[in-house]
Design a protein around this ligand. Structure first.
Ligand code: 5GP
Length: 183
């Protein structure tokens, strides 16, 4: 049985993602310049693939750093309780910071990150997310660059997991319901 047999449907194809990531890069190229020397903060683990593709479309000088925030574990529902598992290596005081997220769902995670990084006095703090589920929002959060608005479904692939698996799928898809009990 292949991993691909577990997929009920593909929501966003590899080609759709490639095109949108490129245009998100163009949106960011219009805002930032070399002099800003922005710091892109990749939120692990889900945003790693998005960051890898996005960074290659940016034509301004920038630096990268990584932060890991506790996830839902095996659950597909948000607990609203968030913890830092890995913190930034760099100081962000006076820096132009861009948070790179895979998906904004209820908004709790991003709200926590924004408040936490906000206390470190960055010059500017913006957010780029590949996916956005506005219908699920419980806390209002500012999103500066948003790739795709998607319906209220649990998605995976292109960096996003279910129980740490399926991150390597090149598309964004939805699992067959019967898979949830098995993993
Ligand atoms: P929030 O705190 O906004 O509810 O959720 C943010 C985090 O939950 C995301 O960074 C992601 O790790 C996880 N998440 C939310 N929705 C989904 C989804 O549909 N699929 C996957 N794989 N993770 C999700």
């Amino acid at each position: 049985m292949s991993m691909y047999d577990d997929i009920e449907k593909v929501l966003l194809t590899e080609e759709q993602i490639r095109a949108r990531v490129k245009s998100l890069g163009a949106e960011m190229n219009a805002i930032y310049s070399d002099d800003d020397l922005p710091l892109l903060v990749c939120i692990l683990k889900g945003a790693f693939m998005f960051l890898g593709d996005l960074t290659r479309h940016l034509n301004f000088r920038h630096e990268l750093d990584f932060m890991e925030i506790s996830s839902y574990g095996k659950s597909t529902k948000s607990s609203g309780i968030v913890r830092i598992l890995l913190d930034l290596e760099s100081s962000i005081e006076g820096r132009h910071v861009v948070i790179v997220e895979d998906i904004v769902d209820t908004g709790y995670t991003l709200d926590y990150i924004l408040r936490n990084l906000g206390t470190r006095h960055p010059a500017t703090l913006r957010v780029v997310t590949l996916l956005n589920k506005p219908s699920r929002r419980e806390v209002e959060v500012p999103v500066d660059f948003s790739g795709f608005e998607i319906p209220d479904e649990f998605v995976l692939g292109y960096g996003l997991d279910y129980a740490e698996q399926y991150r390597n799928l090149p598309f964004i898809g939805v699992l067959k319901p019967e898979v949830y009990g098995k993993i």
